[in-house]
Design a protein around this ligand. Structure first.
Ligand SMILES: O=C(O)CCC(=O)C(=O)O
Length: 358
């Protein structure tokens, strides 16, 4: 069974990845799908009563604070809702998900952030890792949970199987073919400042190269049929996005949690775009403030964000709005480390959180 990692630009077999944790808990077919395709489906991983409770909580929050649209036209989103409604982490703490990630990461998974969607996002093909670069790159994953049966006309997710094994561009590759961007990037690297949109323009250029790679590799966009409670997990380097919404009246209720390994070094979008392939791992990763939900650790953030008629509103953490778990449900939230009153809203961690929807 091969495990791939990137050495330089190329995907190569990683013989050093032992996959000790959870090895016997993950089926051979799931391992094959992860390593070859870059994503796996866990059918019915979340029980119907847990999905029903999750939906009740999100609906209660929407009813009280969110009546609007995503600022980016990506559907109705709520970012980081689990910071306030910690019971939502019951889904993220599902053993089926954690067992798989322990195997995939060879490490204990922690939650980086969450995004709840009411509708399809119609997002162009992208990969997550450029926005929060993980070292090593196979220790970050998106975990998408269907909160209802997903109608094919509602803008289902698509994946490009095997794209996590394509030649991978770092920002120095992107700059190498664009002299103007390269000059601006060099100034920024020398500490001479840079235009506020430089990093986003680098991201656009990176995505153009991804689209070119899709053609060169004859990538095929694949939609996975998902019912309520089904889970899809994708590799941090896998190209994916939201299909066009055929019928805008249809909802597409879902949540995506992004996970890292405990030992993962995490870098920001800016770091990814300004530092070269070999320079990134020489820098220290971000130090992360963690909270605890039962045995599951998650990155702390100062609140959650809703999108109302085109504007993002950040809500400080207060009394839970949604219904609580029943007395018998396990794993009540218990922060073991006090979170700061507000995590930095500027600075590098702040930028990671903004990319996560906060
Ligand atoms: O839900 C979607 O349509 C896209 C989600 C996504 O691409 C992501 O979270 O990275």
């Amino acid at each position: 069974m091969k495990h791939y990692t990137h050495v330089g630009a190329e995907a190569v077999e990683d013989t050093a990845a032992p996959h000790l944790a959870g090895d016997n808990l993950v089926s051979a077919e799931l391992k094959r799908a992860w390593l070859e395709d870059g994503f796996v489906k866990l059918p019915g991983a979340i029980a119907p009563d847990v999905i029903a409770r999750y939906n009740r909580t999100v609906a209660a929050v929407r009813a009280s604070v969110d009546d609007g649209k995503d600022a980016h036209g990506h559907g109705d989103r709520i970012g980081q809702l689990h910071q306030q409604e910690t019971d939502l982490l019951q889904v993220a703490a599902s053993e089926a998900i954690l067992d798989f990630l322990r195997w995939a990461f060879s490490d204990e998974p922690i939650v980086m952030g969450s995004l709840n969607f009411e509708r399809g996002t119609q997002q162009e093909a992208h990969i997550d890792a450029i926005f929060f670069w993980p070292e090593p790159s196979h220790t970050m994953a998106g975990v998408w949970v269907a909160l209802e049966d997903i109608n094919p006309d509602a803008g289902p997710l698509f994946y490009i199987p095997g794209s996590h094994r394509w030649r991978f561009n770092h920002s120095d590759d992107v700059a190498a073919t664009r002299p103007d961007l390269a000059a601006e990037r060099e100034n920024a690297r020398r500490g001479e400042g840079y235009a506020p949109d430089l990093i986003d323009r680098m991201g656009v250029a990176w995505t153009q190269d991804l689209v070119a790679a899709e053609q060169a590799n004859e990538g095929r966009r694949t939609i996975v049929d998902l019912k309520a409670g089904d889970v899809v997990i994708w590799h941090s380097l896998l190209a994916h996005g939201g299909s066009p919404t055929v019928n805008p009246e249809l909802s597409r209720r879902s949540v995506v949690f992004h996970y890292l390994g405990r030992k993962t070094q995490l870098y920001t979008f800016e770091q990814f775009m300004l530092l070269g392939r070999d320079e990134l791992p020489q820098q220290p990763g971000q130090s992360l403030e963690l909270k605890q939900y039962g045995d599951l650790a998650y990155m702390s953030a100062p609140g959650f964000v809703t999108y109302n008629n085109g504007a993002a509103t950040t809500h400080e953490i207060g009394e839970p709005i949604g219904p609580r778990l029943s007395e018998t449900a396990p794993a009540a939230a218990a922060p073991v480390e006090a979170a700061p009153a507000a995590a930095p809203s500027t600075g590098l961690l702040g930028r990671i959180l903004r990319r996560l929807g906060l």
